[in-house]
Structure formats: structure tokens, C-alpha cells
Design a protein around this ligand. Structure first.
Ligand code: FPP
Length: 246
């Protein structure tokens, strides 16, 4: 019996994470450079942020640049970095107007100076806002994050601040870049790929996964709403039985 038949409905998720995929293919279909797809992806980012804030989502995390993306052709990496700097600059008034807090997760130190400066300044300027938190995953990969967490915990053990037997799931969680952010209840991936691609591996342990064939630049507000509606019909059991959660 489906969750719908059982009349189970979830509230809207408080945290939605998105793997924005398909910019390159979108551009290729039009006989253009991959960067053309990234440029058009910015509009989908704007629309998604707008509708998520409007719907009362508390956290929206966007996978904007992975650790692995550094290996792409230099022109593409440079374009993505410029787009990021430009978008943050252009969207500042909208972020302020909509009371949105900007945060970043990932190896921020590895970003080029100008990009880091723009990002840090935007994070600082929006830090007093009280609305939705927009989390940009930049130079991020889950394995990088977990390795960093292990290293930091090892340092604390070495200093005698933590004993090995005191390490719990909460300890690990507290050393992740997402430490004060609740786990996403919903993970959306566009472009018809069924992969996680090194994104939030720890945090998505119990997330509902939603895949859409839409390429990211075509992903609109109605697609976001469809994903939310789909989520609301899911039965989330967290390892329990259907009867136990009733
Ligand atoms: C994946 O498509 C997309 C990216 C690697 C970058 C996403 C970046 C943006 C949407 C633009 C700027 C972002 C912000 C937050 C302002 P792909 O290139 O892997 O596409 P493909 O799988 O079709 O090759």
C-alpha cells in the first residue's frame, strides 16, 4: 500500500538539498559551449531560491562546485568562478530584501581570492538576516569533509580533549562543515542521473531522494513544487516499521 493510500502526508521539508546537473548537456543540445549552460543555470538558481523562500523552506543547499570540478578545463572553471562572483554581487539586494542568510560549505580556502572575498563579504552582510539559509556547496565533496573531520578529531584526541571512547555520532557531526544545519529531508538531482556524486554522504542517511530528467537550466518553480508535493506523500520510517510510525 502506498503512503498516499494510507493517508500519510509529510510537512514540507525544512531542508532541501539540490544537485544541479545538466548545464553542459543543455548547452550542447543548442550547439553552444558548456559555459552557456552554466550562465542559464543562474536563472534556475534564482527561481529556486525564490520559490523555496516563499514556501517557507528553512535551508536550501545547492551543490554549485565540487572538489572534482577543479579538474574541468580551465576556461570552464574560470567561467564558473566569475559567474559565482557576479551572481553573489548581483543578488545581494535580493538576498537582503528577502531576509536570506548566505552560508558556504566546502574548502573555501581553495577558492581564488576575489571569489573568496565576495563570498565572505556576502556571508557577513547577510549574517543578521533571519529568514531562509541558502547554503552554497563550493569546492565541496563529502569525502573531503569527512577526512577533514577525522583529522580535526584526531588533533583533539592527541591534545587529550577527547578520549577515543567518547567519540559519538554527535562528535563527528560537530566537526562537519554542516554542523549547525539540520540534515536535508529531501535531496533533488536534475538531469536524469541517479547518483549522489560525493555530496553530503553523512547528512543524507535518511533523506528522501527525488530525481527529475529536467536539465538544470530548465528546472523551474513548478518543478521544485512538484518535488515538494512528491516528498509530502513519502512514508519516512527511519528504520522502524510502518505500524510503529503511525
Ligand atoms: C552541473 O552541470 C553544474 C555545475 C557543475 C555548476 C552549477 C553552477 C551554476 C548553476 C551556476 C552558478 C551557481 C550559483 C550558485 C550562482 P554539468 O556541467 O555537470 O552538466 P552536464 O552533466 O550536462 O555536463
Amino acid at each position: 500500500m502506498s503512503a498516499k493510500q494510507k493517508n500519510i502526508t509529510q510537512d514540507i521539508p525544512q531542508h532541501v538539498a539540490i544537485i544541479m546537473d545538466g548545464n553542459g548537456r543543455w548547452a550542447k543540445k543548442r550547439g553552444k559551449l558548456r559555459t552557456f549552460g552554466h550562465e542559464h543555470g543562474v536563472k534556475a538558481v534564482r527561481d529556486t531560491v525564490e520559490i523555496a523562500a516563499e514556501k517557507g523552506i528553512k535551508y536550501l543547499t545547492l551543490f554549485a562546485f565540487s572538489t572534482e570540478n577543479w579538474k574541468r578545463p580551465k576556461f570552464e572553471v574560470d567561467t564558473l568562478m566569475s559567474l559565482l562572483v557576479k551572481s553573489i554581487h548581483d543578488e545581494m539586494p535580493t538576498l537582503m530584501k528577502n531576509n536570506i542568510i548566505l552560508r558556504a560549505i566546502g574548502d573555501i580556502e581553495s577558492l581564488e581570492k576575489n571569489c573568496r572575498k565576495q563570498l565572505t563579504s556576502a556571508i557577513e552582510q547577510t549574517s543578521k538576516n533571519t529568514g531562509m539559509t541558502l547554503v552554497l556547496a563550493l569546492s565541496y565533496s563529502s569525502r573531503w569533509e569527512l577526512t577533514e573531520a577525522c583529522r580535526k578529531i584526531a588533533v583533539e584526541v592527541q591534545k587529550g580533549n577527547i578520549l577515543p571512547h567518547q567519540i559519538t555520532e554527535s562528535t563527528v557531526q560537530s566537526f562537519l562543515t554542516t554542523n549547525s544545519i539540520p540534515d536535508p529531508e529531501l535531496l533533488i538531482r536534475t538531469s536524469g542521473e541517479y547518483r549522489i556524486s560525493n555530496f553530503l554522504l553523512w547528512q543524507i542517511a535518511y533523506s528522501e531522494l527525488y530525481y527529475t530528467p529536467k536539465l538544470w537550466p530548465d528546472f523551474g518553480k513548478e518543478d521544485f513544487l512538484e518535488a515538494i508535493e512528491n516528498f509530502k506523500q513519502r512514508e519516512r520510517r527511519f528504520g522502524l516499521t510502518s505500524e510503529q510510525i503511525k
